[in-house]
Design a protein around this ligand. Structure first.
Ligand code: GSH
Length: 234
């Protein structure tokens, strides 16, 4: 099935959204061609034909273009049935899909969106306030959803779509706090106040499908540059 399909992923390895597609493809073991899009220059007319929004990732599946990282990852998980997520008509499948979607929504909309505030936070005090708010949201919204993680979402011993859609962000949060590019205190507070999340994050960020395109050093360097630029303009 999979081997006959022609997949092309338009991507950039520094993009956490595009990284979601890489995690899905790695975990599913599907061969694909990769086209790196240079995001430092305007998109070419050719790429804008593929994705009029000009964003990465885009996936070409036998010539059909699919865009938006969550939709790309969900499509891959549905097209190639696996341990990532059950079909909606399997026993308990619809409920598990709902649980996964809620977890992803909680992490992305309640925690990750708050952390983006670090890019506009100039002073240490402002950065601490953002960190406190993100950790409080994590404790309230995400920690309770990991009660049965073992080590992955919902008691799974393998990666699930929940990790496919959040792993790239967790990887960056962990690495950037460890390097004190994001305040180190954020991770310390997570370990103290959200131990299930910390344990889950440990397993997620060690998983080869999550780390396959990850270049920690370059990501840290680029984030330092980006933070400096955005804070200078804030
Ligand atoms: N909602 C989109 C977000 C993708 C996105 O923001 N990609 C960024 C890179 S991380 C991008 O392509 N930026 C290009 C630009 O803004 O010019 C998704 O989930 O796919």
């Amino acid at each position: 099935m999979g081997s006959q399909d022609k997949l092309v992923l338009y991507t950039n390895h520094f993009c956490p959204w595009a990284h979601r597609a890489h995690i899905a493809l790695a975990e599913l073991g599907i061969p694909y061609e990769e086209v790196i899009i240079d995001l430092s220059v305007p998109r070419t007319p050719e790429y804008l034909q593929i994705n009029p929004r000009g964003l990465v990732p885009s996936l070409s599946f036998n010539g059909e273009i699919i865009t938006e990282s969550a939709i790309v990852a969900q499509f891959l998980a549905d097209q190639y049935p696996s341990h990532l997520v059950p079909p909606s008509n399997a026993p308990g499948g619809a409920l598990r899909r709902a649980r996964i979607s809620f977890f992803v929504d909680a992490y992305i909309s309640k925690v990750n969106s708050v952390l983006f505030g670090l890019y506009g936070a100039k002073t240490e005090e402002d950065q601490k306030a953002v960190g406190d708010k993100a950790v409080a949201a994590l404790v309230k919204e995400v920690e309770p959803l990991l009660v049965d993680a073992s080590p992955f979402f919902g008691g799974s011993d393998k990666l699930t779509l929940a990790e496919v859609l959040t792993g790239s962000f967790v990887l960056r949060l962990k690495a950037l706090t460890a390097a004190n590019v994001y305040p180190k205190a954020i991770w310390t507070a997570i370990e103290e106040q959200a131990p299930k999340f910390a344990k889950w994050a440990e397993a997620v960020t060690a998983h080869p499908s999550v780390t396959s395109i990850w270049d920690e050093k370059s990501n840290i360097e680029r984030t330092i540059e980006r933070l400096a630029k955005l804070r200078a303009n804030a």
